[in-house]
Write a protein of this length. Sequence first.
Length: 255
Amino acid sequence: MSASPATAAAMARQWFEVDVRSVLPAIKMPVLVMAQAANVVFPVQHTRYLAEHIAGAKYIEFPGADLLYFAGGADQVLVAIEEFVTGLRPLPSPDRFLGTVLFVDVAASTQLAAEIGDSRFRELIEGFHQLVQRQLERYQGRLVDTAGDGALTLFDSPARAIACAEAVRDGVRALGLAVRAGVHTGEMEHSPSGEIRGIAVHTGARVAALAGPGEILVSRTIRDLVAGAPIRLESRGVHQLKGVPGSWEVFAVAS
């Protein structure tokens, strides 16, 4: 519809008037022929004929009616091409991964802001975030998101996440602050914008919400994963975590 009349006429001649049947037997290289089963412009009889008259050609028929492969079902076409070229069917890229989330935020932040004023409170929060970033570099964590007086961070080791939480807890005392933290390990996924999401993230947030000032709480999953490590944990009972199925035993990291 966007072509000029001359271009449209040339395309029509190329599509409907060029006859290559006589040269098909001369093709000696590997050939992949693909078709949409319900294509009304080029019925499958045409593509089947191509495959039958090219020696050793591989023929694949996909459901659908699109003339152009990229108009719908492009993924299945690209998988077929990769398998044809490499000889191996590509493995699906895993969307999910196993990670440890650490939530840490400033305890009683609203009350503190009211007592010292917005300007001084903002300075303290900036100092808090700088401290978190330094400890993330030290313990090989990654800052995922900050929300006001809190931070969501990601680790590949539960023990390092706990050590980072302890370092942040101890470090903010010099700022006159107290933090609470929650740690959980589970499967999660990356969003297109680079955020992490999944029930494991929500679980970590709910565990952190149970913590008091200066307290680091972990899920039973963490307790099981760090068994044998020099980390002392004390049970804080079984809880129902809002929005998270099941009952969860929570443990506090002992000083």
